[in-house]
Design a protein around this ligand. Structure first.
Ligand code: 3HC
Length: 293
């Protein structure tokens, strides 16, 4: 019998976690949004507020609809509030030691039948599953930025995932309006493996002086029909995340296309992380700390 997911936990309310919480709440699920740090919790709440307010101002959502969505999300600083969740999705920074600590705790707090999912874009889901006593119920559930808009979810099945779990999570993705694809646990899965090679290559072209930043962006928008040029997209994803994904991909593939372009590393070292820090390849007027992941 397949599982039903009515209450979903989201741990980490940065750009991705807040977007994911909004996706579940919009679909009518009860959401428990957890951030252990009080300031980060407020930023996460602010993120959902701004996103739903924008939908109201565009006439896509009524004020009552927005209030209902917000009313479905319980913002909390305590992991203990996840004890009744049917599925918990983790969206904390991409540091394996943080994941180990969190999944060890989640395994203790969550009910035995709960599914534990990670939104990791670069780390091994198999390794994350091994931190728990329930590796059969651990999957990747990889959303794309901005989560409320992008229609794909990569459901990552590991060698340890029990039969039916990935299928049930894929069904949940459909229920919240996304299209799932099921992928194996290989660095970058499908989208990042293909996308980051391209984005990193764009940074190399810029360094080689082949064309300017704006001309490369315009070329790919107008010549390849993409919604954003590579530098606008790198800034949206976050240069820290992009750099990290490239490093992991290079480690696994040894393909030069993934060797992080030096300019990417330099910008990250300088704290110029893209939209979330106000500046990356582009300057972002009005972007603020509040958008920080
Ligand atoms: N949060 C919520 N909604 C947002 C949003 C955000 N951050 N940004 C835009 N939107 C909504 C707008 O409200 C608007 O909604 P509406 O149609 O209901 O009014 C809709 O998206 C379109 O927005 P805009 O008109 O402002 O702008 P665009 O038409 O240029 O679309 C975009 C913006 C959706 C970001 C589009 O440029 C796009 O699809 N870009 C590519 C994004 C992409 O490739 N993401 C994947 C990155 S890889 C990744 O995330 C994986 C990770 O692991 C690295």
């Amino acid at each position: 019998m397949s599982r039903t997911f009515e209450t979903v936990g989201v741990v980490g309310l940065g750009t991705m976690g807040a977007g994911i919480a909004e996706v579940f709440a919009r679909a009518g699920l009860a959401v428990v949004g957890v951030e252990v740090d009080a300031q980060a919790l407020e930023r996460g709440r602010g993120h959902v507020l701004r996103s739903t307010d924008r939908a109201v101002s565009r006439g896509r959502l009524s004020e009552a609809g927005r209030d209902e969505i917000l009313g479905r999300i319980a913002f909390t600083g305590s992991l203990d509030d996840l004890r009744d969740a049917d599925l918990v999705i983790e969206a904390i920074p991409e540091v394996m030691e943080y994941k180990r600590a969190l999944f060890t705790d989640l395994d203790l707090v969550c009910k035995p039948e709960a599914v534990l999912a990670t939104n990791t874009s670069s780390l091994s889901v198999t390794a994350i599953a091994s931190f728990t006593a329930r590796p059969g119920q651990v999957v990747g559930m990889h959303f794309f930025n901005p989560a409320p808009v992008m229609r794909l979810v990569e459901v990552v099945r590991t060698v340890a995932t029990a039969g039916g779990v990935a299928e049930d999570v894929a069904e949940l993705a459909r229920r919240v309006g996304k299209t799932p694809v099921t992928v194996g646990d290989r660095a970058g899965f499908v989208v990042n493996r293909l996308l980051l090679g391209y984005l990193n290559h764009a940074a190399s072209l810029l360094e080689l002086g082949v064309a300017s930043r704006d001309d490369i962006d315009a070329a790919m928008r107008l010549g390849a029909g993409l919604p954003m040029g590579p530098f606008a997209l790198l800034d949206l994803i976050g240069l820290d995340v992009s750099h990290e994904v490239c490093e992991v991909l290079f480690e696994e593939s040894r393909d030069r296309v993934h060797a992080p372009a030096p300019i990417l590393r330099e910008l990250v070292t300088a704290g110029l992380l893209g939209r979330k820090s106000g500046r990356g390849f582009h300057a972002h007027e009005g972007a603020s700390e509040a958008e920080a992941a």
